[in-house]
Unconditional design. Structure first.
Length: 261
């Protein structure tokens, strides 16, 4: 796991966009795993800028999102379909049908979860999976206690996650309690992972994830087993790290051929 600490979330978001842009430049038909939440928004804005001003093309890129609410129409502004459309998809040159999210309105949820896993495989697997992390260590919507080898399936959100995600719904009671999420086993098959975390609310989860024991109690800790996981932090999210100086030294001494900036 490579931990990179930037002075603030803006600089971290810019570096995250450079990392994704490099994947897309190296492989025009890259398969990107995408995430929602507030954390990746500055990264998405920078990808849109790179597309508009630098000609970064996504016309052969395929995307798979981590998760979606159950029973929420894709046109609802709180749905992850709508969030992705608003902040990213409508601004890029992605082909129709190239973007995928779990179908939270499927009549047969287990069947649609299996179909989602099959489509990821049929696309050749995910080249880079973008991730956030919950204050409780959840990865995608794999809440603490999730199987470390889980696949795409239905999950029930914890009270903490319901509260954290309540803004677009106005009222806590209106947040859907069930979601479909890629599993931890699904995420671990991505060829690389890029996790972003900002703010003091994430500091303890980041310490547990990177420096604690691998445990279903902190689902993010499964990334300790990933061969290529980059964790991009602002100073606040890095504030509880015990080996912070070492991570800073590693980044400062990276050979040029490994650098993005
Ligand atoms: P956030 O959510 O980006 O809104 O903090 C991240 C997550 O819950 O995984």
């Amino acid at each position: 796991m490579e931990l990179i600490v930037k002075p603030d979330r803006v600089k971290a978001g810019l570096l995250g966009a450079k990392i994704i842009a490099q994947v897309v430049r190296e492989r025009a038909d890259a398969v990107l795993g995408l995430a929602t939440g507030s954390t990746p928004l500055s990264l998405y804005a920078e990808l849109v800028r790179m597309h508009c001003e630098e000609g970064l093309s996504f016309k052969n890129v395929v995307t798979f999102n981590l998760d979606e609410y159950v029973g929420l129409d894709p046109s609802h502004p709180g749905s992850f379909h709508a969030v992705m459309e608003k902040h990213l998809f409508q601004h890029l040159d992605l082909r129709p049908g190239a973007t995928h999210l779990p179908d939270g309105c499927a009549a047969d949820i287990p069947g649609s979860c299996e179909a989602y896993e099959r489509s990821i495989k049929a696309a050749g697997g995910i080249d880079l999976q973008l991730l956030g992390i919950g204050g409780d260590g959840h990865l995608a919507f794999n809440e603490p206690g999730s199987s470390l080898s889980s696949r795409t399936r239905i999950k029930t959100l914890t009270g903490e996650t319901l509260r954290a995600n309540s803004a677009p719904f106005g009222d806590l009671d209106k947040v859907p309690k069930h979601v479909i999420t890629m599993g931890l086993g699904t995420i671990m098959e991505a060829r690389s992972c890029l996790l972003l975390a900002f703010g003091t609310d994430k500091a303890e989860a980041i310490h547990e994830m990177a420096e604690g024991a691998v445990s279903a109690s902190c689902p993010g800790s499964i990334l300790q087993f990933h061969q290529k996981a980059i964790v991009l932090l602002d100073e606040e999210a890095a504030s509880r790290l015990q080996r912070k100086q070492y991570y800073l030294d590693v980044y400062a001494g990276k050979p040029e051929w490994q650098c993005w900036e």
